[in-house]
Design a protein around this ligand. Structure first.
Ligand SMILES: Nc1ncnc2c1ncn2[C@@H]1O[C@H](COP(=O)(O)OP(=O)(O)OP(=O)(O)O)[C@@H](O)[C@H]1O
Ligand SMILES: [Mg+2]
Length: 505
C-alpha cells in the first residue's frame, strides 16, 4: 500500500516542497530510502524503526520503500523523520491515509519516539502556507516560531503518538502561545561617547542612508565603542523584516523561540574563513554576512582578516545576496547588511604620530595592501577617529542615541517617500536608475560634483557613491534637493586621513 505526506526541505534559507511517499509490499523485510538524501536522511531508517516500535505501533516486516520527491533536490538533515514515520504508519494501515492529505509534517525523531527540535520550522511554515496547506505538525518546542506565519494551524507535538492523534483529530494539542518579540539586551548608548563630533556625524549618516563605513585610528580611541553603538540608532525592523531575520536565524540553528526584534549585529572574529563569512560547506549553511542580513556586519581589526575572506565579500556587498553553487544547483543566501569596519592606520597603530610609529616602509605597504582594494572601494564613508582632547573627555556628550535615532528615522521616512516604487528602501540601495530619476542636485551641487570628477579624484562608481551619501546628508537636514555643501561633505568622507584619496575605481 502507498501513502503520501508533504514536508519541506530547506534550500539555502528557502523552503522547497518535498513529497514523502512510502510504499509497503510483500517481500523480504527491508527499508530503503531513495531521493538524494544525505547521511542524516539515510540514518532516519534506524530512528524511525525504533521510534515506531517504542511508540507502541507495529513496524511492518515487509519490503518498505520511502521516496523523497523531487529526486533532483538534495535533502539534508533529520527533519524528514516524522513525515516518513507518519507515511509509513498510513501505508501499513495504522493511520487513515486521508488524515495526511492537507497536512505538512516536519521534525526529527528520537529512538524513544519523541520529536526533537529541528532548525528551520518558520521557513517550513511559510512553505506550507504558500502551498495552501491548512495544518502543520512541528516539534512542540518550535510551535511558537511556526505560528508566526498567518493562515496555518500549527500542531506542536512532542511524541510520534501525539502526532498521530493530532493529524487524525483524535486529540489536538493546545494552541501555541503567540510568539512575543524577543527582548534584546539594552543596547549601549552613543551618549557614553565623549568628543568625536565628526565620527558621530558619520555614523548617523551611515545609519540614515544604509551606507558602509570604515573607522580608522590609533588604539583605544573608541572605534569599537562607536561601531557597537550603531544598532542603537537604526530604525527597528518591520514585521515582515523581523520574520525574514527570524527565518534565517532559525535555519542557521540560532534558537530564538520568538520574533527577533532588534537588527542583527554580527561581529565575526578576524580568523573567520571565507565560507564562515559568506556561507558554504558541503551542505551550504548561511555565513555571517547572511546572519547580518538587514542589520550590521562589523569587521573589527579589518587588516587582520584573511584576504580570501575579505575578497569573498565583494559579491554580497554589491548584489545583496550570495549564490553558492553545488553540483548543478545554486543556493542563494540574502546578504543585505551594512558593513562597518574598524582598523588601525598601521600595524603598530600609530601611523602619522612620528615619534610613536615603529613601522617600517614594508609594514606600512603590507598594511595598506590589506585594507585597500575592492573592499575599500565599496565603503562610502571613511572616518578618522583620533584621540579625543582632555577637554572633550571631560565635557558632556555630543549626542545620545535617542536624539540620533529620531533624526535617522525622519531621514529614512523622507527617503521612503522619495524612493517609493524604485526597489530601494534607502539611499545606500539606490541603483544607477534611481540615482538618475530620484536625486535632484541644485546648480551648486552639480558644479561641486563636476569639479571633483574632473580633478580625477572620483571614478564613475565613486561619483555614484558620493551622490548617495550627499543625498542622505540632505535628508538628515530635512531637504530633498542636494546642494554643494552636501556634496563637499560627502567628498570629505571619501578621503582617508593624511589626504590620501580612495583609489579611483
Ligand atoms: N571618545 C571616547 N569617549 C569615551 N570613552 C572612550 C572614548 N574612546 C575610548 N574610550 C574608552 O576606551 C575604551 C576602549 O575603546 P575602544 O575599544 O573602542 O578602542 P579602539 O579604538 O577600538 O581600539 P583598538 O584599535 O585597540 O581596537 C572604550 O571601551 C571606552 O571605555
Ligand atoms: Mg577596537
Amino acid at each position: 500500500m502507498l501513502a503520501r505526506v508533504t514536508t519541506f526541505a530547506i534550500d539555502g534559507v528557502e523552503p522547497r516542497r518535498v513529497c514523502v511517499e512510502v510504499d509497503i509490499r510483500p517481500g523480504l523485510p527491508a527499508f530503503t530510502i531513495v531521493g538524494l538524501g544525505d547521511a542524516a536522511v539515510r540514518e532516519s531508517r534506524e530512528r524511525i524503526r525504533s521510534a515506531v516500535l517504542n511508540s507502541g505501533f507495529e513496524f511492518p516486516q515487509r519490503r518498505i520503500t520511502a521516496n523523497l520527491a523531487p529526486a533532483s533536490l538534495r535533502k539534508a538533515g533529520p527533519g524528514f523523520d516524522v513525515a516518513m514515520a507518519l507515511a509509513l504508519l498510513a501505508a501499513s494501515g495504522q493511520l487513515p491515509a486521508d488524515a495526511l492529505s492537507h497536512v505538512a509534517v516536519f521534525g526529527e525523531l528520537s529512538l524513544s519516539g519523541e520529536l526533537r527540535d529541528s532548525a528551520g520550522a518558520l521557513a517550513v511554515a511559510e512553505g506550507a502556507s504558500r502551498c495552501g496547506l491548512r495544518k502543520l505538525v512541528v516539534p512542540a518546542g518550535r510551535a511558537r516560531e511556526a505560528a508566526l506565519v498567518d493562515g496555518i494551524e500549527v500542531l506542536g507535538v512532542s511524541t510520534l503518538r501525539t502526532a498521530v492523534d493530532a493529524v487524525t483529530g483524535r486529540r489536538l494539542p493546545g494552541l501555541p502561545a503567540p510568539a512575543v518579540a524577543l527582548q534584546s539586551p539594552p543596547e549601549p548608548d552613543l551618549g557614553e561617547v565623549r568628543g568625536h563630533a565628526v565620527p558621530l556625524l558619520a555614523i548617523e549618516i551611515a545609519a540614515a542612508g544604509g551606507h558602509n563605513l570604515l573607522l580608522e585610528g590609533p588604539p583605544g580611541t573608541g572605534k569599537t565603542m562607536l561601531a557597537r553603538r550603531l544598532p542603537s540608532i537604526l530604525p527597528s525592523l518591520t514585521r515582515t523584516e523581523a520574520i525574514e531575520v527570524t527565518r534565517i536565524h532559525s535555519v542557521a540553528g540560532l534558537h530564538h523561540d520568538g520574533l527577533v526584534s532588534g537588527r542583527p549585529f554580527r561581529a565575526p572574529h578576524h580568523t573567520v574563513s571565507a565560507a564562515g563569512l559568506v556561507g558554504g560547506g558541503s551542505t551550504p549553511r548561511p555565513g555571517e554576512a547572511t546572519l547580518a542580513h538587514l542589520g550590521v556586519l562589523f569587521m573589527d581589526e579589518l587588516s587582520e582578516f584573511q584576504r580570501g575572506a575579505v575578497e569573498a565579500l565583494r559579491q554580497p556587498l554589491e548584489d545583496g545576496r550570495v549564490s553558492i553553487v553545488r553540483g548543478q544547483h545554486a543556493l542563494v543566501f540574502p546578504t543585505r547588511f551594512m558593513l562597518v569596519a574598524a582598523t588601525n592606520p598601521c600595524p603598530c597603530g600609530y601611523a602619522g604620530i612620528a615619534e610613536r610609529c615603529t613601522c617600517g616602509e614594508a609594514d606600512l605597504r603590507r598594511h595598506q595592501r590589506r585594507i585597500s582594494g575592492p573592499l575599500l572601494d565599496r565603503i562610502d564613508l571613511l572616518v578618522s577617529v583620533q584621540r579625543p582632547s582632555d577637554a572633550e573627555l571631560r565635557a558632556g556628550s555630543v549626542t545620545d542615541s535617542r536624539a540620533a535615532l529620531a533624526r535617522v528615522t525622519e531621514a529614512r521616512e523622507r527617503q521612503r517617500r522619495r524612493l517609493a516604487g524604485s526597489g530601494a528602501s534607502c539611499n545606500g540601495e539606490m541603483d544607477a536608475g534611481a540615482l538618475q530619476t530620484r536625486v535632484r542636485l541644485d546648480d551648486g551641487g552639480q558644479r561641486a560634483l563636476g569639479d571633483a570628477y574632473l580633478s580625477g579624484m572620483l571614478s564613475a562608481r565613486g561619483r555614484h557613491r558620493v551622490v548617495r551619501v550627499a543625498q542622505t546628508i540632505a535628508d538628515l537636514d530635512g531637504r530633498n534637493t542636494v546642494t554643494d555643501v552636501d556634496v563637499l561633505l560627502a567628498l570629505n568622507f571619501r578621503q582617508r586621513a593624511g589626504g590620501e584619496e580612495v583609489p579611483a575605481a
